[in-house]
Design a protein around this ligand. Structure first.
Ligand SMILES: [Zn+2]
Length: 465
């Protein structure tokens, strides 16, 4: 068995990964807040941890890995949409409308991430299904002196865990107080204390608790759900590096204080952020788009996945249209090359070695290019499929077998013959431009004319040429 090496944020080193139990390798990844469509940046951790999930399944067996990713469905933006719908006359209670909005968004999310080839995790708990467990955990924290109730709120007392709080992100409590703009509330004993529970107004969803009607803070859900589904010690915890502080620090504080007998998560993985054409994605820059937007524009999910995998997860990645076009051409070639071929029994050793080296996806892709160049198509197919590429269910976009371009090629050859005679190439140029616009590569030589579907091929654009 290949030893997987992973960069552990906690120790800041690349370590040999040794699971607590090889029979059940357990991974928790912070999932989305389900208030709207996922933007392209949201998709990066999904692809990164999907790849790790696939590698773990490959290494330990598909039945020996448990992957949990939550849905945060307690959130002010979800409430705001539900409230706006109620005011606009939508039927149902506020709770029902909140649930409706979450259900709708979760449906979109699973569809869009599925289009990127992401396998669904084994468990996808929703925060609203674990309120009782969160309340129990908060009660335990109060009993142990790590939390206190004040004015309908319950806060985690950072001073009760002061030596260890901040270890993951490498900060001390005193530095954080000095450097952070923290909300100073009169009921906080220390400005860094964070909310475990807060009161709800009548206009907001709420649950009965020992501290009155209210709702949980954000961080406690991951601690409660990971404990319920994976236990007090599990192997891997993942998420974007924007979650390292405060979210992951707070998860660690809550979980380690509530269950001091456990280790919580042993290995922490954080992916870097995504940019678009060299710039941070933002609504004000006009470069903000969702995965759904890209899919609607005809960028295949497999192409998005390929572009993501070109950059190592711990480096910032840049989404560019050029990369997407090149990825499409490559995938189209590889799909044509492997059509009708049975994949080899296992991925090529060099591909497994690259992935096992802290998910060196760029190295794995380089190996795929080599296999394609060498004509090792069965190995290419098996190896690509380990990366979630060239899988049959994602290939509809590249299915050009049914497109017969012979008639068009003949027509262009005829036009060329005529043009040679009368020295007027305008019709040839017109046809070539039309084929290029439809994403067709035009190859003209003495032997004849060949038309090949290329990046962005669109059969509809051939009509009327
Ligand atoms: Zn979390």
């Amino acid at each position: 068995m290949t030893t997987i090496k992973l960069h552990n944020t906690r120790t800041r080193t690349k370590e040999d990964f040794v699971p607590i139990s090889a029979d059940n390798v357990r991974m928790y990844v912070c999932g989305p807040t389900v208030y709207d469509r996922a933007h392209l940046g949201n998709a990066r951790p999904v692809v990164v941890f999907d790849l790790l999930y696939r590698l773990l399944r490959y290494t330990y067996g598909a039945d020996h890995v448990t992957y949990v990713r939550n849905f945060t469905d307690v959130d002010d933006k979800i409430n705001a949409t539900a409230l706006a719908r109620q005011k606009a006359g939508a039927a149902g209670t506020l709770e029902q409308l909140v649930q409706e909005r979450s259900d709708e968004t979760i449906g979109w999310y699973l569809h869009d991430m599925g289009a990127l080839g992401a396998l669904e995790p084994n468990e996808m708990p929703r925060a609203t299904q674990y309120i009782g467990q969160m309340i129990a955990m908060i009660e335990g924290l109060i009993e142990k002196g790590h939390a206190y109730a004040a004015e309908g709120h319950v806060l985690f007392a950072v001073d009760s865990w002061k030596e260890k709080y901040g270890a993951l992100s490498g900060r001390s409590v005193d530095d954080m107080i000095a450097g952070a703009r923290v909300e100073v509330a009169p009921y906080k004993k220390n400005p860094m204390d964070f909310v475990l529970w807060k009161p709800s107004t009548d206009e907001l969803p709420g649950w009965d608790s020992p501290w009155g009607r209210g709702r949980p803070g954000w961080h406690i859900e991951c601690s409660a759900m990971s404990y319920e589904l994976l236990g007090d010690s599990f192997d891997i915890h993942g998420g974007g590096n924007d979650l390292m502080f405060p979210h992951h620090e707070n998860e660690i504080a809550q979980s380690c204080c509530a269950h001091p007998e456990g280790d919580f998560a042993r290995v922490w993985l954080h992916n870097e952020m995504l940019q678009v054409e060299g710039k941070k994605m933002s609504k004000s820059l006009g470069n903000f788009f969702t995965v759904h937007d890209l899919l609607e524009q005809g960028v295949p999910g497999e192409v998005i996945r390929f572009v993501f995998l070109q950059t190592h997860y711990r480096k910032p990645m840049d989404w560019t249209e050029k990369k997407a076009r090149e990825a499409e051409t490559t995938l189209r070639k590889w799909r044509a090359l492997t059509a009708g071929i049975e994949p080899a029994a296992s991925a090529a050793p060099a591909v497994i070695a690259a992935l096992s080296d802290d998910l060196n996806t760029a190295g794995a892709l380089a190996e795929l290019y080599r296999l394609a160049a060498d004509g090792d198509v069965a190995d290419l197919l098996a190896s690509a499929q380990l990366l979630g590429l060239l899988v049959p269910e994602m290939g509809a976009w590249a299915d050009t077998a049914s497109v017969d371009l012979t008639a068009h090629a003949d027509r262009l050859a005829d036009a060329r013959a005529v043009a040679m005679q009368n020295k007027d190439f305008s019709e040839v140029d017109r046809l070539k431009a039309a084929y290029l616009a439809a994403g067709v590569e035009v190859r003209m030589s003495k032997e004849g004319v060949e038309l090949v579907p290329g990046a962005g091929f669109d059969a509809a654009k051939l009509e009327g040429v």
